[in-house]
Design a protein around this ligand. Structure first.
Ligand SMILES: C[S@@+](CC[C@H](N)C(=O)[O-])C[C@H]1O[C@@H](n2cnc3c(N)ncnc32)[C@H](O)[C@@H]1O
Length: 296
């Protein structure tokens, strides 16, 4: 039987951590149904000098990557995509929000990826600027797509401390009348609320933006480690394989490895590859961090 994709290639990618090249050429080299999680932040439309993609053409630019990732994802695998709205700079929509993010989400869903959730990454420290008749941008989207009907998802890995104090939690556990009927029907059994070891964090994930605060991270759009940590913990199993096809300075790879996953990334610009390589080497000796995100 011929296995589609290149198993040796995958082993090499994981060994190298970061591979220099176009993800469009490298993704098809991943074996079919082999990847647990693609976690990535692609270049946003019209954004950086390093890869300027017009928002009108963003969907057609991105779809071949989404297709290649679909092939390589395991049945329980996911694609988690961090992306941000833009304001149209020209054309009939000039000055308005461009709909490219929403068009992209629908197009990815039509490819077969199952749209599971939209998360809001809330930034407590977004920088003010001149944004026209609107407030500053203080959130970005993180879209979760799954390959199959039962994606890996470990809510327990991202639970956060309960808001109630210890006395209240103890009282609730003893409450014999935990389930109270209301006019609307049966209430939830509140004696069970505190048995899970922590609260559900919700789909607003608050992580401060990083402004190149990591010593020497020379990438203009490096994502905060806490964002990668949250999604890698919740959507990939321990020991699973995490790939970032737009790896930049290597945040996904560094965090995933620290969390006990096997990880690799692709990057088309050589100076970012150098940066990721340096950071991977520097981080390989570091310990596991605590929670870097909090409930919004
Ligand atoms: C938003 S940045 C990723 C930042 C990264 N998450 C980090 O924390 O450093 C997107 C990256 O995708 C890279 N890129 C753009 N097109 C690519 C392609 N076709 N293949 C691989 N990398 C690409 C860019 O050079 C850029 O570094």
């Amino acid at each position: 039987m011929q296995i589609e994709g290149d198993t040796q290639g995958l082993a090499q990618f994981l060994d190298d951590g970061i591979t220099y090249g176009d993800a469009l050429d490298l993704l098809p080299r991943l074996p079919q149904s082999s990847i647990d999680l693609f976690f990535t932040s692609p270049p946003y439309a019209d954004a950086r000098a390093y890869s300027r993609i017009h928002p009108d053409h963003y969907v057609e630019w991105f779809l071949p990557f989404a297709q290649a990732m679909y092939k390589a994802a395991r049945e329980s695998g996911s694609l988690i995509l961090n992306i941000k709205n833009r304001v149209a700079k020209q054309g009939p929509l000039k000055g308005q929000r461009h709909p490219y993010v929403y068009e992209l989400v629908i197009a990815i869903q039509r490819l077969g990826w199952r749209w599971i959730e939209t998360y809001i990454w809330a930034k407590t420290n977004a920088v003010p600027g001149r944004f026209g008749p609107r407030t500053k941008d203080s959130f970005e989207y993180v879209y979760h797509f799954a390959r199959g009907v039962k994606p890996y998802f470990d809510l327990d890995a991202v639970r956060v401390p309960y808001k109630a104090d210890l006395a209240e939690i103890a009282r609730r556990k003893m409450d014999r009348l935990g389930r109270r009927n209301t006019e609307a029907g049966f209430g939830r059994d509140r004696t069970k609320t505190y048995l899970l070891g922590g609260a559900d964090p919700g789909n607003v994930v608050t992580v401060p933006q990083t402004y190149n605060q990591y010593r020497g991270v020379a990438h203009t759009a490096a994502m905060p480690e806490g964002l990668a940590e949250f999604f890698i913990k919740v959507a990939s199993p321990a020991g699973g394989i995490v790939i970032d096809p737009f790896a930049g300075g290597g945040t996904t790879i560094v965090v995933a490895r620290r969390l006990g996953r096997k990880a690799a990334g692709f990057e088309i610009h050589e100076h970012f590859v150098e940066e990721a390589r340096r950071r991977i080497a520097e981080n390989s000796a570091m310990g596991i961090p605590g929670y870097l995100f909090k409930v919004g």
